[in-house]
Design a binder for this molecule. Structure first.
Ligand SMILES: [Zn+2]
Length: 341
């Protein structure tokens, strides 16, 4: 088993001693990737924290949610893997078919080259609650040259605005949240399409403190901009976010399945890297076997708790972040009928 969950006693101990009295009864994870074997086909399996995965389906997710948050009621916003070598259509169909709008809510991978009319029709037919664009779909030679507007052309944004859809946005460019082009385009996007709701994945990929300080000042004013906490393990970043933006803009999220792998991201000299027990293209790995790891997810929960406690935030903040803020957002996507009753 590559997943670090309470199936292992050392993770169960962390849950019991550090997390059980912090995590609320209801948990909504706003950032989960799901795909079936048909998505990957004969392409290279997804490197999940160094573990090659040919699929991660709804059954895997159900098992892992139970073993990650013992005794909790869990729900999730689910979308495919935005990889140009995978079958996006098969992935979207799988995500939509398994989403019941009670526990699991589907977002649609979107390629900026798609015909907007066909995208709109598919959103309505399959009841997607939003889009998951990605820089790789722009297909530029240098992915660092991609801009937000290229991943979300007007034809796609018009649909999001008309239907009040969510957009799970992984911002491009090496300066991330601090990038002036990103800052400008985010402001333009939020202002031009006020009924679309933009969720900044990984707090705008600000995985180290210098990347976030001073860079929320313009963004925090927008009514339609939200922040997803997935894979942010630095309590300093979380503390800064919690102290600056409105509390109902903060959404608990993890990036499962990656978040279930062993490792942690660490900040070094105004940069970050992941450290993992095994080699992974995004990490430095512990070749000497010096460390005992837990999941990225539990490291994120530890950091989140520390930031909440340092700021002495109330229980209502925690419950909003873990469940209520995101649930309100999902219920407001009207074309998908909200939740089925
Ligand atoms: Zn992700």
């Amino acid at each position: 088993m590559w997943q670090e969950t309470t199936r292992d006693d050392r993770n169960l101990r962390i849950w019991n001693e550090e997390l059980d009295d912090f995590v609320p009864d209801r948990v909504l994870d706003f950032h989960v990737h799901i795909w079936n074997a048909a998505t990957v086909g004969s392409a290279v399996p997804f490197p999940c924290g160094g573990h090659p995965l040919g699929k991660y389906d709804y059954d895997d997710l159900r098992d892992d949610l139970r073993l990650t948050y013992p005794g909790r009621q869990t729900t999730a916003v689910c979308f495919g893997l935005p990889d140009v070598t995978y079958d996006m259509k098969a992935n979207n169909a799988y995500v939509a078919a398994g989403a019941d709008h009670e526990r699991f809510f589907p977002l649609r991978l979107v390629d900026p080259h798609e015909d907007p009319d066909a995208v709109r029709e598919d959103v309505l037919k399959s009841r997607f609650v939003g889009f998951k664009p990605y820089l790789d779909y722009v297909r530029k030679a240098d992915p660092n040259d991609v801009t937000i507007h290229e991943t979300l052309p007007p034809g796609i944004m018009r649909i999001a605005d008309e239907l009040g859809l969510l957009i799970m946005l992984h911002i491009p460019r090496s300066e991330r949240l601090a990038d002036p082009v990103n800052q400008k385009q985010l402001c333009e996007l939020c202002a031009a399409w006020p009924r679309a709701r933009i969720v900044l994945a990984h707090v705008g990929r600000a995985y180290y403190l210098k990347n976030i300080v001073g860079h929320l000042d313009r963004l925090k004013e927008f009514e339609n901009l939200y922040f997803d906490l997935s894979m942010v393990h630095q309590w300093e970043v979380l503390e800064y976010l919690f102290s600056i933006v409105r509390s109902d803009r903060i959404l608990y999220a993890t990036d499962i399945p990656i978040a279930l792998a062993a490792g942690k991201s660490v900040e070094i000299n105004d940069q970050y890297t992941y450290v993992t027990p095994i080699p992974w293209h995004l990490s430095i790995s512990d070749d000497h076997g010096k460390l005992v790891f837990t999941s990225f997810l539990y490291e994120q929960l530890r950091a989140t708790r520390k930031a909440v406690e340092r700021l002495d935030l109330p229980r209502s903040f925690v419950e909003g972040m873990f469940y209520e803020n995101g649930t309100r957002l999902l219920e407001s996507v009207s074309h998908a009928g909200g939740r089925r009753s």
